[in-house]
Design a binder for this molecule. Structure first.
Ligand SMILES: [Zn+2]
Length: 312
C-alpha cells in the first residue's frame, strides 16, 4: 500500500511539474530547458541577503591562474565579431579567506586541453596545472561553474580525485550531463562515482560559504551556474563562467555566433536573459563581472590589483 501511495504522489507531482513548466507532452529530459524566463528584478537583493546566511568572515582576496590558451577569433566568440584574435584563457580561481580557500573551477590535464585545440598544438603550462592541483588539495570547498572539461576535469581526472571529490560540490544537472552527455568521453561520471561528490539541487540560488552564493544559469550547459562572491572590503564579484566568453558579449548584449550556439547546443534565449541581468547589475550595482575565458579582461583585472595572479 505504501508503494501505491508514493507512486500516486510521484505521478501527481510529476504532472504538476510538467504543467508548471508549460511543457506538457515535451521531453523533460532535454538537455536544454524548453523555456527560460528573465531573471526577477529582486534577484540581486535576494542573492546579497543569501550571502549573509552562512556565518563567518568574508573572503579577503581572489586569485586566478591561466593553465592554457585556445586561440580563436572574435568572430567565433561574438555575433558579428571581427577576425581579430581572441585568446581564450583556460583558468581556475581561488577565493581566499583568513582561515581557508574556496576554489572556483579546477583546471585540466593536457589530454583534455588537446580536445579544445581541434588538432592544433596550443599553449599548455603543466607547472600551472600542478599549482592548481596543489590549491585544490589545500582548499576547503571546490565549486564548478559548469560541467565542461576545461572547468571540471581537474577534479574528475585528478590523481587526487578520492581526496578532492568529498569537498567538491556538483549540482544534479551537472552530474546528469557528465553521466548521459559528457562533452568528451574522458570526463564521463558514472552514477557510482558521482556518489563520492557532494551533489546538490536547488531552485535559483544557494548560499554555500560566507559571502558566496550559487546562481542557477542553465543555457551554455544544463548545469551552468554563476558564483557570487562578496569580499570583506565590500567589493562584489560575479563569476559568470561561460555565459559570455568575452565581456563584450555582456556589454553589447550579443550572443555567440549561431554556428557556435549550435555546436555547443546552447539555449540562446536563456543566455540572453542571463546576459541582460549581468549587464544590469554590472552597470547599476557595481558588480565586478568575471568571465572564465576573457584573457584581456583578466589581465586588466590583475593589473588593477583586483585579482592576484598566483595561488596561495
Ligand atoms: Zn569554458
Amino acid at each position: 500500500m505504501q508503494t501505491k501511495k508514493v507512486l500516486g504522489i510521484g505521478l501527481a507531482g510529476l504532472m504538476l511539474a510538467m504543467v508548471l513548466r508549460g511543457s506538457l507532452g515535451a521531453n523533460t529530459d532535454d538537455l536544454i530547458p524548453s523555456e527560460s524566463e528573465p531573471y526577477p528584478q529582486d534577484l540581486l537583493q535576494r542573492v546579497r541577503q543569501a550571502a549573509s546566511t552562512v556565518p563567518g568572515g568574508l573572503a579577503t582576496s581572489v586569485n586566478f591562474v591561466k593553465v592554457a590558451e585556445s586561440h580563436r577569433t572574435y568572430a567565433a566568440v561574438i555575433e558579428d565579431g571581427s577576425d581579430e584574435p581572441f585568446i581564450s584563457a583556460r583558468t581556475a580561481f581561488q577565493v581566499v579567506f583568513s582561515d581557508g580557500t574556496v576554489m572556483v573551477d579546477s583546471g585540466m590535464d593536457e589530454t583534455v586541453h588537446r580536445f579544445y585545440g581541434f588538432g592544433r598544438d596550443e599553449p599548455y603550462w603543466q607547472n600551472v596545472n600542478d599549482s592548481i592541483q596543489a590549491a585544490l588539495r589545500e582548499s576547503q570547498l571546490i565549486l564548478i561553474t559548469h560541467e565542461h572539461g576545461d572547468h571540471v576535469a581537474g577534479v574528475l581526472r585528478s590523481d587526487y580525485r578520492d581526496e578532492l571529490a568529498p569537498k567538491t560540490l556538483l549540482t544534479k544537472d551537472q552530474v546528469r550531463t557528465l553521466n548521459f552527455a559528457p562533452q568528451l568521453p574522458e570526463i564521463t561520471l558514472t552514477p557510482a562515482a558521482a556518489r563520492d561528490y557532494i551533489v546538490v539541487d536547488y531552485e535559483q540560488i544557494l548560499p554555500v560559504a560566507p559571502g558566496i552564493v550559487l546562481i542557477k544559469s542553465p543555457g551554455h550547459t544544463h548545469g551552468h551556474q554563476m558564483i557570487f562572491v562578496q569580499l570583506a572590503d565590500s567589493r562584489e564579484l560575479l563569476f559568470i563562467g561561460d555565459i559570455g566568453w568575452s565581456l563584450d558579449n555582456i556589454t553589447e548584449l550579443k550572443l555567440r555566433p549561431a554556428a557556435t550556439i549550435a555546436r555547443v547546443k546552447e539555449d540562446p534565449q536563456a543566455l540572453m536573459h542571463q546576459m541582460t541581468w549581468i549587464k544590469q547589475v554590472m552597470d547599476n550595482d557595481g558588480i565586478i563581472v568575471v568571465p572564465a575565458h576573457d584573457d584581456r579582461l583578466l589581465a586588466r583585472y590583475a593589473d588593477e590589483g583586483l585579482l592576484g595572479t598566483q595561488l596561495d
